[in-house]
Design a protein around this ligand. Structure first.
Ligand code: NAI
Length: 349
């Protein structure tokens, strides 16, 4: 495990197997220095358990950085469930078993939604433990994190368009959205409301057609969307969309989306920077969801303060991009440095 790709200085990694329900999962706690390690639960069909472990390690470290940059009193963790799960009662039972495992961690890890998992699954977990969020929007705070994530990404795109393109609005801005699931679909709707011209691509043809229909978007090919003639590319599917070859050939002036770990390698980010493509660091842009479900879990804030905190992603990104330009350094390098300093300070405290 200690040699696995993605392992850095994780505090605790747990493998779960519940024989009765068939649940197999990994819970990775990267850091609890700033508070309970919070991050979503992903359900995905991995090629093998090693791939699931690598994903959990990478995503949980990303949550530490994300939560630190968003100034939340939370550490970083993430869980992945190795799919597929059965449907109906079998799925509910597996999420109950997952909830019992979280409960056994005594609040060190707090879960919420991620890819492949929804509010109904969180409700099953909540039967077994209180260390879960994204369940209900009590008092208008929390529930499904996706709309908040989409709103924050929109603020990021707006800030980048101002800085990189001198745009004061998004009217007729050409945006390609790769992955139109919970977040990508919501983002597409918000962009359409602002007058953006959309191209969408999703491996799920039904979802793709529905969002295209709702937003007037063109449908692009899965590979084609990455290098299409666009102003903004918004990766909103899984991680690793921006490989070095994609970075070298994409035509968008801005890359800003919701997906975690968009850059397949650090080199991909360097290529974007060298080519003058503005990359909005993923975990800074996509913090809206954790801001909302974090407030739900911690019992802090009102609907208005949560929206204000999500909107603060815009100025945060503007400041980051300005610093990147002033220091001639890729924005993700600066963001990583800042986040690691915040975590190190908490560890030393
Ligand atoms: P989702 O599962 O609702 O949507 C993902 C979509 O991407 C699906 O429609 C799927 O068919 C599509 N997809 C998968 N592979 C693809 C490919 N190669 N090309 C095109 N489409 C593809 O997941 P959700 O919640 O929308 O998350 C999307 C991304 O945003 C993930 O990387 C997630 O980690 C990240 N994220 C989500 C947050 C949330 O609030 N849900 C918060 C922060 C990050």
């Amino acid at each position: 495990m200690f040699d696995t790709e993605g392992y850095s200085d994780h505090e605790r990694v747990t493998w779960l197997h519940d024989a009765a329900t068939g649940l197999r999962a990994v819970i990775a706690v990267h850091s609890s220095a700033r508070g309970p390690a919070m991050g979503g639960c992903r359900l995905w069909c991995y090629p093998d358990p090693a791939a699931a472990l690598a994903d959990a390690l990478r995503l949980s470290e990303g949550m530490s950085l994300k939560n630190a940059m968003a100034d939340l009193p939370l550490g970083g963790g993430k869980a992945v469930i190795l799919g597929p799960l059965p449907g109906g009662a079998g799925r509910a039972a597996a999420f109950r078993a997952f909830g019992r495992a979280i409960e056994s961690m005594g609040g060190r890890y707090v879960t919420a939604e991620d890819v492949g998992v929804g509010v109904a699954d969180m409700a099953e977990i909540a039967v077994e433990t209180r260390h879960v969020s994204g369940v209900t929007a009590a008092g208008g705070v929390g529930g499904d994190p996706s709309p908040y994530t989409a709103r924050g990404v929109l603020r990021g795109i707006t800030a980048a368009a101002r800085q990189a393109l001198g745009r004061s609005d998004l009217d007729r801005l050409r945006v390609g959205v790769q992955g139109v699931g919970n977040v990508g679909g919501a983002l597409a709707r918000l962009l359409a409301e602002q007058g953006a011209r959309l191209s969408v691509a999703d491996i799920d043809p039904v979802r793709q057609a529905r969002i295209a229909d709702e937003t007037g978007a063109d449908i692009a090919g899965l590979e084609e969307v990455l290098t299409a003639d666009l102003d903004v590319l918004a990766p909103c599917a899984l991680g690793g969309a921006i490989t070095a070859p994609v970075a070298a050939t994409l035509r968008a002036r801005i890359v800003a989306g919701a997906a975690n770990n968009q850059l397949a390698t650090p080199e991909a980010g360097e290529i974007l920077h060298r080519r003058g493509v503005t990359y909005v660091p993923d975990y800074v842009a996509n913090a809206g969801g954790i801001i909302a479900v974090g407030a739900e879990y911690l019992g802090q804030g009102s609907a208005a303060t949560v929206l204000a905190d999500v909107d603060a992603i815009g100025p945060r990104i503007a400041a980051l991009l300005a610093r990147s330009a002033a220091e001639a350094t890729p924005p993700e390098v600066i963001a990583d440095r800042m986040a690691r300093e915040i975590i190190a300070a908490a560890r030393g405290a």
